[in-house]
Design a binder for this molecule. Structure first.
Ligand code: GAP
Length: 465
């Protein structure tokens, strides 16, 4: 079947995400709060799966990476050393007419809130000169609110890793090259949160700081760009929707030798999912300078002491979840029950052909799908079918998130699971009672086959590898 991504409409996707419990607006009850999102029952599973697959691949299946869970609020000197206090800002302008506040470097694509057909600046509003606006959220630690108690919600997880480099090195018995990985919340007071969850004020990052010997930067940077590109195809993103943005020498920070952004073709444009940067020894050197403590590595083989360089793959969980949702979302015309015909992608603006109905399906890769399989008795008023289905459900539930549903016509139950992105449907029917087989339905092809009930668990385990 051909790809129907060009027809993907973000409003339709957002409406499905709300209806099926993937993503809700934060504080909706009170009118919402801009730039913050909540993940519902299916969304939280999707995000957990993305984080679990990352953790397995980047930490658990490797010998040279260990994990860390640092605090969100850290000593404020960390943000002086990292340069965030001085330089982590975006240029902002105010409109004196509508009182709106906008990113000065994004005026081109920003509509005037009062005259949405015009962009900010072209609407006749009076704009201020750009001013730098620091993106870190400030708070106070303890009962006194003054300069000495000011602290910040971390704008990235990376600095917690640099600040704990020495402790982790001394307890983990790792040798350079090795990495420290962390998954956690980050906060940025973005001037214009936009594109659904893409640019939020609270989000999660998955960051790896991979410490290397100076001089091996290029080799390790190339290695991690490839490893990270491959990882996206593992979670179901088609390689033709991925691309790389390679920074030119004049775009790199003064301490960096290379940076590549991994980009995804979202419906609102090609945008960054992850940055992979070769940052030299900038971060450890700065923390050494500001803390007065040496952050060095002694290489026993070469008898050398040096500050390790670092390659940093830094990804955003929420952006990846959004890309996975965009990638998975499809509308199809399918023949009605009892009608012959082929499935076909919905053609936007056209009527559903006679004998067909439309289905919405989320084609998640099984490893990230929130529910792995749904178990159905054909009829809810036949206890002998219900018993077999419930026993199978109880068995599978010990190992995987599975769903049991006995309500409504079987076709409608399949449709509900298609919308939730459940890859497999298992139905217990009268033939099951005769020969201990069930139907195994594939979400994407909608094909059904009979398999022995005793093979369901192994079939599922294989599909989820
Ligand atoms: N330590 C490096 C660092 O934080 P970044 O490019 O600023 O680099 C890394 O952020 C990733 O974090 C981005 O590629 C993106 O996926 C995610 N991210 C950054 N700002 C975000 C925001 N406002 N909303 C959602 N995700 C964001």
């Amino acid at each position: 079947m051909s790809d129907n991504k060009p027809t993907l409409n973000m409003e339709q996707l957002a409406s499905l995400c709300k209806r099926r419990g993937f993503i809700f607006q934060s504080s909706e009850l009170y009118g919402g709060i801009n730039g913050f999102w909540d993940y519902g029952p299916l969304g939280v599973e999707l995000k957990r799966n993305i984080k679990d697959v990352w953790w397995q691949d980047v930490v658990q299946r490797r010998d040279d990476v260990v994990g860390l869970d640092a605090s969100i609020i850290m000593h404020p000197r960390i943000w002086e050393a990292s340069g965030h206090l001085e330089g982590f800002s975006d240029p902002m302008i105010d409109c004196k007419t509508c009182k709106g506040r906008f990113r000065a470097d994004q005026l081109e694509g920003t509509a005037c809130p009062q005259k949405p057909s015009k962009r900010v600046g072209a609407c006749g509003g009076e704009l201020t000169e750009p001013r730098q606006f620091n993106l870190m959220f400030k708070t106070f630690v303890g009962p006194v609110q003054d300069d000495s108690s000011t602290a910040y919600l971390r704008p990235e997880t990376a600095q917690g890793i640099f600040a704990q480099f020495d402790n982790v090195l001394s307890v983990s018995r790792q040798k350079v090259p090795f990495g420290i990985a962390q998954i956690g919340k980050a906060f940025r007071n973005e001037i214009n949160p936009r594109n659904y969850t893409f640019r939020s004020r609270e989000f999660e990052q998955m960051e790896l700081e991979f410490f290397i010997k100076p001089g091996t930067d290029e080799e390790w940077h190339t290695y991690w760009v490839k490893a990270r590109m491959d990882w996206y195809t593992r979670i179901g993103i088609a390689s033709e929707h991925l691309s790389q943005y390679v920074y030119g020498p004049d775009e790199l920070a003064h301490y960096a030798s290379a940076c590549v952004d991994i980009m995804y073709a979202f419906p609102f444009g090609v945008q960054e999912l992850e940055g992979v940067a070769a940052r030299g020894n900038y971060d450890l050197s700065r923390h050494s300078e500001f803390s007065g403590k040496k952050l060095e590595y002694f290489d026993q083989e070469s008898n050398e002491r040096f500050i390790p360089h670092v390659v940093e793959p830094s990804a955003g969980v929420d952006r990846i979840a959004l890309a996975v949702l965009c990638e998975a979302y499809a509308l199809e015309w399918i023949p009605k029950e009892g009608t012959d015909g082929e499935r076909q992608p919905t053609r936007a603006g056209e009527k559903v052909p006679d004998g067909y109905e439309e289905r919405t399906v989320l084609r998640f890769a099984p490893c990230v799908a929130p529910i792995k399989a749904a178990i159905f008795p054909l009829l809810k008023n036949r206890p002998e079918l219900v018993k077999v289905a419930q026993d199978l459900y109880s068995e599978l539930k010990q190992h995987y998130p599975v769903f049991y549903d006995q309500t409504g016509a079987i076709g409608r139950r399949y449709r509900r699971q298609d919308e939730a992105g459940t890859p497999f449907g298992i139905t217990v029917d009268f033939e099951t009672l005769d020969n201990q087989t069930v139907t195994w339905r594939d979400r994407d092809t909608m094909s059904q086959e009979r398999i022995p009930i005793g093979e369901v668990a192994i079939r599922l385990a294989t599909a989820l590898q």
